[in-house]
Design a binder for this molecule. Structure first.
Ligand code: G
Ligand code: G
Ligand code: MN
Ligand code: NA
Length: 249
């Protein structure tokens, strides 16, 4: 397929690929704590393509590491220039099955002089459910080095309390489908339960897809630690974030 060779070319330095960064805020919705990197592909013929489409193509066609390493290189380069506490990066479950990933990642970080403590990795629940011993090894090595791990889209996969109890992750990101239900009694109960679970297990909790002031106020009242969404900020170009003076944050 054309798209496959185009993708390989773009990830091999051919251009068109970029990252944008969505700010994540503290509970008050005002203090920027960090950013989440999101990949975008501006294809010469098809326009801007969603990662939801081409990340799976990369995984199916053996380009997981090509994509993952391109993203990591960009993120680390950005983290080295940006005066921000941390940068979160989305990682494919396949990347975590490769034990060489740890050494490669820590090598890129040390070469750029970026502390692992400034990098967070967002993984989906299925990455843990597969529960291969390699995934467990990779995750614990990354976390031992100081990289923090967040469970993305929490609640939409086959949620297991087991890996929370076994202290395999540092953060839960409440999926935006639940945040959208806030204001209704069921939505409030679900979101409150996740926030209380996170507190009981001593992990940070972030709400994704915060779009209204009502959602923000409810999340604050429920004790949510962090918020992200169009109400607070869309994803921004790196140059716009790097330019922000610390006082504007
Ligand atoms: O940015 P957007 O909402 O279109 O992202 C859609 C999906 O693509 C999200 O689930 C997000 O986690 C994923 N995604 C975004 N950037 C990356 C990336 O750099 N690597 C991987 N593996 N997934 C990404
Ligand atoms: O699965 P993940 O959380 O990585 O997906 C991130 C995606 O969510 C990004 O593509 C981003 O554009 C999108 N997003 C960020 N904020 C909002 C929001 O407030 N509402 C909606 N619908 N999508 C959002
Ligand atoms: Mn994410
Ligand atoms: Na998510």
């Amino acid at each position: 397929r054309m798209i496959e060779s185009d993708l390989r070319a773009a990830l091999s330095g051919g251009g068109g690929m970029k990252l944008v960064y969505q700010p994540v805020f503290g509970a008050n919705g005002r203090t920027m704590l960090g950013v989440e990197a999101l990949i975008r592909w501006d294809h010469p013929l098809h326009g801007v393509l969603s990662p939801a489409h081409f990340v799976s193509i990369a995984d199916e066609r053996g380009m997981t590491n090509l994509l993952g390493d391109w993203v990591l290189g960009e993120v680390v380069d950005f983290a080295a220039r940006a005066d921000l506490p941390w940068v979160a990066v989305n990682v494919s479950p396949l990347q975590l099955r490769d034990t060489a990933y740890v050494e490669r990642t820590l090598g890129v970080l040390s070469e750029a002089g970026v502390s692992p403590r400034r990098i967070q990795m967002e993984i989906v629940e299925s990455a843990l459910i597969e529960n291969s011993s390699d995934t467990t090894t990779v995750l614990s090595a990354l976390r031992e080095a100081g990289i923090r791990v967040a469970l993305d889209d929490f609640g939409t996969g086959y949620s297991s309390i087991g890996y929370l109890q076994r202290r395999m992750v540092d953060k839960l990101k409440i999926d935006r489908s639940f945040v959208r239900m806030l204001g209704g009694s069921e939505g409030n109960a679900i979101v409150k339960a996740i926030i209380d679970l996170a507190a009981a297990l001593n992990v940070t909790v972030t709400a994704e897809g915060v779009e209204t002031e009502q959602q923000r106020d409810l999340l604050l009242a429920m004790g949510c630690d962090e918020m992200q969404g169009f109400l607070l900020s869309p994803a921004l170009e790196a140059r716009d974030l790097v330019r922000l003076p610390p006082t504007a944050r």
